[in-house]
Ligand binder design. Structure first.
Ligand code: F6P
Length: 322
């Protein structure tokens, strides 16, 4: 009799809304295919501790709409030395794991690729609010984070308008400006700063002063953390413009909250795709979304180049910000 597949799932790196929906999908697709689902707690760090347990259908009940990851996550340094990876391979073998689904960002994918090179069957699912992975149009959590930023920006605009103030809102994204760009476009920011495109303080100041001269009641500048930090930018801008500038750093609020319907559906589709790929014997691939279909690319393709910033959206945001 053929051995039942035993598919493990872990979440790694920064959490992202929709990770729970992806875990649920992996678990229920595996069990639906007569396999055994296994959860690894706290990412690669938990794997090295052998923190592994079987998950049944009920274990993922009530999780679809919950933010965070109920398995827990970590950024493991130990896993990134060869001895740590070998230990991880051994622990997966001891637990009879025949396939592993890694949900996370580029660091998580690098770990997954090392496991793949050592013979572990592994598939990646893009779970990060940064949307900086290549091989996919979008990542799990990005849409929810955008909605969170838009909601926060509307609130800031209310008070900015009442007091006729300028605000700098700093958003996450690490080295990527995708969150800043899309949130800025969606919330009508007056100015968007991204690390991919050079910017000058003089131009930001001209934008603020020009708006005031035209009778604008407020200015909202959205800066990606990789382009400029809010406090420094606000200080320099205030000095140059001779005009008070307030700051909001949205921070980890962007990573929390119930996933949007889009992220729940995306995560559900990607989880099922990952299990199907493993059951079909594929490994070393990352699941992505292209033209509304789930697709695969080799894991290194997803992290060696980064999701490019769509210049047309940046130009559009500038055209519309008047
Ligand atoms: O990669 C996701 C992310 O939220 C980045 O946007 C941010 O720079 C980083 O993680 C923050 O990491 P931590 O939660 O470890 O502070």
């Amino acid at each position: 009799m053929a051995e039942r597949p035993r598919i493990a799932v872990l979440t790694s790196g920064g959490d992202a809304p929709g990770m729970n929906a992806a875990i649920r999908s992996v678990v229920r697709t595996t069990i639906g295919a007569d396999g055994v689902a296994v959860g690894v707690k706290h990412g690669y760090e938990g794997l090295l501790k052998g923190d592994v347990q079987e998950l049944n259908l009920g274990d993922v009940g009530g999780k679809l709409d919950r933010g965070g990851t109920f398995l827990g996550t970590s950024r493991s340094e130990r896993f990134f030395d060869p001895a740590g990876i070998d230990e991880g391979v051994a622990i997966l073998a001891e637990n009879g794991v025949t396939g592993l689904v890694v949900i996370g960002g580029d660091g998580s994918y690098r770990g997954a690729q090392e496991l793949h090179l050592r013979g572990v069957k592994v598939v990646g699912i893009p779970g990060t609010i940064d949307n900086d992975l290549d091989g996919t149009d979008t990542t799990i959590g990005f849409d929810t984070a955008l909605n969170t930023i838009c909601d926060a920006t509307s609130k800031v605009r209310d008070t900015a308008s009442s007091h006729e103030r300028t605000f700098v809102i700093e958003v996450m994204g690490r080295a990527s400006g995708l969150i800043a760009l899309q949130a800025g476009l969606a919330s009508g920011a007056d100015c968007i700063l991204v690390p991919e495109i050079p910017w000058r303080l003089e131009d930001v100041c001209d934008m603020v002063m020009g708006g005031i001269a035209r009778g604008k009641k407020h200015s909202i500048i959205i800066t990606a953390e990789g382009a400029a930090h809010a406090f420094g930018l606000a200080t320099d801008l205030a000095a140059m413009c001779g005009h008070e500038v307030r700051t909001v750093v949205l921070g980890h609020i962007q990573r929390g909250g119930s996933p949007s319907a889009f992220d729940r559906i995306l995560a559900s589709r990607m989880g099922a795709h990952a299990v199907d790929a493993l059951l079909a014997g594929r490994s070393g691939v990352a699941v992505g979304l292209r033209h509304a279909s789930t697709v695969e690319c080799p894991l290194p393709d997803a992290y060696t180049s980064h999701h490019p910033l769509p210049r047309d959206l940046y130009d559009l945001a500038n055209t519309l910000a008047k």
